[in-house]
Design a protein around this ligand. Structure first.
Ligand code: GLN
Length: 500
């Protein structure tokens, strides 16, 4: 099977003059043209801009100029990270015509490193969901089986990378939205520690939980991207002023004997058997490479979902209050409204989808007088306890290993009730709650109805210890070949046309 290009291989080919940046961009754009109607992972592309930038890079190469570490690499950006070109719709009717006047720090840093932003990718509305079905512009599909979801909310980014419609992508992760789609699509997805990457220009969902991070084909590519993205930014006061290690240089350096903690709660009987089998195989791989495997008890981790689904909606209800139809976005017919409040209500009812409305109502409820102490304050207390429990775990081990999600990719429309969708996040929310870093890497396949569906494992490390996280992830990747398999979507006859 074709492994698909990595950032390393593309930049290498450009430097050796085996291909030009313009050729590369053309190749990806043609692939998008051919396959996006099946996958609906891109919401828009920027062919002219991408061409112009590629031309510039080819000229720099021809002149022998120094080029950036991502020079000529086509990268996609989730639809909730602003660019000062094109639209940023956040998968929402509300922002259907929104064009940001400024660019996010993450996108600026990618471009400064030479990356070419090829397009924006589909996501659940404002990042609220685990399947990329809650999107005003149609659901995205999983390239391994287009009757299944790619995961979410960064499902468009994950599907695009897996299908080789771009070399890597940016996603955002509030409770699992980079890692779970990475797992469902058989690629690598990393959620950096809170404060590692600037949130300037990331449309806010849960401000104390949100982080931008990379989706890529290899651990090395993800590490390279994080090195470009990370670091202090005066536009985001929550972005940490800490040195950014060279993640790539350190990635193959073994340190002290590694201690891998396996929380017993993570190997639940409720998981798909194939998921647990992949985790057990991974434990065996680490053990055979000399890692000590330590059983860890995280009794409070089971409160992660409940805590997250109080804090995230509370913050969302506050963040989304700005969408009033006056300053931003969609405005209802003026004549239809009785007064200003009615106009707000109508604009919001028209512009927001049902899941976003549900979150706003839930968030407003848990913050309201009389319920604040019982729900929101309580959730903050549990957040503290979960963080302390993880601190204690990291005193015993260097990393926690477990599944990224309890299942493999599920069918479109299969999780119709909100609670069953929320339960997809059972293993991912604690990293956001505690602000630690976490990565999902490919760990095998489960065969269902003749289709191979990827399984991801998650490695979580303490806050700002991304260097260890990448090293441990890379160790597994170097010992296995799961990441080299690609979905076979090149024959569109094998898939039904699912254009929206
Ligand atoms: N699936 C989770 C939610 O719906 C997480 C989303 C995210 O990380 N953006 O809130």
């Amino acid at each position: 099977m074709d492994e698909g290009a990595t950032i390393r291989s593309l930049v290498g080919a450009l430097r050796r003059r085996e291909s030009t940046a313009v050729e590369l961009v053309d190749r990806y754009l043609q692939r998008i043209d051919r396959l996006n109607s099946s996958l609906n992972c891109f919401c828009e592309t920027y062919p002219e801009r991408a061409h112009a930038m590629a031309l510039q890079i080819d000229q720099q190469l021809a002149a022998g100029d120094e080029i950036g570490p991502l020079a000529g690499v086509p990268i996609a950006v989730k639809d909730n990270i602003v660019t000062d070109f094109g639209h940023t719709r956040c998968g929402s009717r509300f922002l259907e015509n929104y064009q940001s006047p400024y660019a996010s720090t993450a996108v600026k840093r990618l471009e400064q490193a030479g990356a070419i932003i090829i397009g924006k990718t589909n996501c659940d509305e404002f990042g609220m969901g685990s399947s990329t079905e809650h999107c005003a512009f149609g659901a995205a599909r999983n390239p391994w089986d287009i009757t299944r979801v790619p995961g979410g909310s960064s499902g468009g980014s994950a599907a695009a990378v897996a299908a080789d419609l771009c070399c890597a992508a940016l996603g955002s992760d509030t409770g699992g939205s980079i890692r779970q789609p990475a797992a469902f699509c058989g690629i690598v997805g990393a959620k950096p520690s809170y404060g590692r990457v600037s949130r300037y220009g990331l449309v806010a969902f849960g401000s104390s939980l949100d982080q931008i991070g990379p989706l890529a084909r290899t651990v090395q590519d993800a590490a390279l991207l994080l090195g470009v993205l990370a670091g202090v930014d005066r536009h985001d006061s929550t972005c940490a002023d800490r040195p950014v290690p060279d993640y790539v240089a350190q990635i193959d350096t073994p340190t002290k004997p590694i201690r891998i903690g396996v929380p017993k709660q993570f190997l639940s009987d409720d998981n798909d058997p194939g998921v647990n089998a992949a985790v057990r195989d991974a434990i065996a791989v680490y053990r055979s490479h000399g890692a000590a495997i330590i059983e860890i008890d995280l009794p409070l981790s089971e409160y992660g979902i409940a805590t997250y689904y109080v804090i995230a909606p509370a913050e969302a209800s506050s963040n989304l209050a700005r969408y009033d139809g006056i300053r931003y976005g969609r405005r209802a017919e003026l004549g239809s409204a009785d007064d200003l409040l009615d106009l707000y209500a109508r604009s919001r009812a028209e512009g927001f989808g049902p899941e976003v409305q549900r979150r706003i109502m839930l968030g407003t409820y848990v913050l309201s007088a009389g319920y604040y102490d019982a729900y929101y304050k309580r959730a903050l207390q549990v957040r503290r306890l979960i963080t302390e429990e993880l601190d204690a775990a990291f005193a015993q081990c260097d990393a926690l290993l477990g599944p990224t999600a309890p299942t493999v990719a599920f069918g479109l429309g299969e999780k119709a009730d909100p609670l069953s969708m929320y339960l997809c996040d059972v293993y991912t929310t604690i990293a956001n709650i505690a602000g630690i870093c976490a990565i999902s890497i490919p760990a095998g396949f489960v065969s269902i109805d003749g289709k191979q569906l990827p399984v991801g494992i998650q490695i979580q490390c303490k806050a700002f210890d991304e260097a260890t996280m990448f090293r441990i992830a890379r160790m597994f990747e170097a010992a296995t070949d799961h990441h080299t398999h690609r979905p076979d979507i090149d024959d569109p006859a094998g898939s039904t046309d699912v254009a929206r």
